[in-house]
Write a protein that binds this ligand. Structure first.
Ligand SMILES: *Cc1c(COP(=O)(O)O)cnc(C)c1O
Length: 236
């Protein structure tokens, strides 16, 4: 068995135990394998171990790997910050976008979604950690933005996403995820997704209702950013 297959099994056990600890059905929690900076060969190994959903942060890198992996019917999730000049390729090449945090980006994704593809699944990213983090809308704007995004024709708003500031304090982890869950519960739309939790804090996220946990390091090991296409310098 490959290391990646072993890691997938271990993370699967963590997910199951975390769900059972709060009497949730483990099948409500899906694993998104975050493959940024990892080669296509690592994605192939993960797929051989039964993983179909992959998350990428950098468009160019993702497109290269998608081309390499065309023979597999993988489901691709864009989870990184989005500049408006990247929306067209994202709308064309992904099944999900977790990191929509403003209306202009949502409108462009909807306008640019090819008509022959199903609506693009999106999550609204909310900044639940205040000043420390740059990405995500203001929690006070979440309801209004969610309603506007839900009205766009070629998007399907599935729920909210957050990347809280990292902390080892389990109570603080849970408080941030609970904040996202509470925001979601105030939105009067049919939402079925809470994208929250990563390698370090997936247990807390599952305890607070996560339906996607986005896991990179615990599956693939530490990332080596110098191998990325377009990275500034190999010594960086
Ligand atoms: C990199 C990344 C992850 C995975 O983080 P790990 O700590 O490696 O599990 C999850 N979500 C987003 C948005 C990321 O950028």
């Amino acid at each position: 068995m490959s290391t990646i297959a072993t890691n997938i099994a271990k993370v699967g056990t963590r997910i199951r135990e975390a769900a059972q600890a709060v009497a949730r059905d483990p099948d409500e929690v899906q694993l998104l394998a975050v493959s940024k900076t990892q080669p296509a060969s690592a994605i192939r190994l993960a797929n051989e171990a039964g993983q179909w959903d992959f998350g990428e942060n950098y468009l160019q890198e993702a497109l290269e790997k998608q081309a390499d992996l065309r023979d597999l019917s993988l489901t691709w999730h864009f989870i990184g910050p989005i500049q408006s000049n990247k929306t067209k390729l994202i709308a064309e090449h992904f099944d999900w976008v977790h990191s929509v945090d403003r209306l202009k980006i949502a409108q462009r994704l909807s306008d640019q979604r090819p008509p022959e593809l199903p609506p693009l699944n999106v999550c609204l990213q909310v900044n639940v950690s205040g000043e420390g983090s740059k990405s995500g809308c203001d929690p006070q704007e979440a309801t209004a933005l969610a309603n506007e995004i839900a009205s766009l024709p070629n998007l399907r708003l599935r729920g909210l996403m957050a990347i809280p500031e990292p902390t080892d304090d389990l109570a603080k982890q849970r408080a941030a995820f609970a904040h996202l869950r509470q925001l979601q519960s105030k939105i009067d739309l049919e939402l079925d997704t809470l994208s929250m939790g990563m390698s370090q804090d997936l247990e807390a996220a599952i305890a607070e209702g996560a339906t996607w946990v986005r896991v990179g390091t615990a599956l693939f090991g530490a990332r080596d950013y110098s191998l990325q296409p377009g990275s500034a310098s190999p010594s960086a």
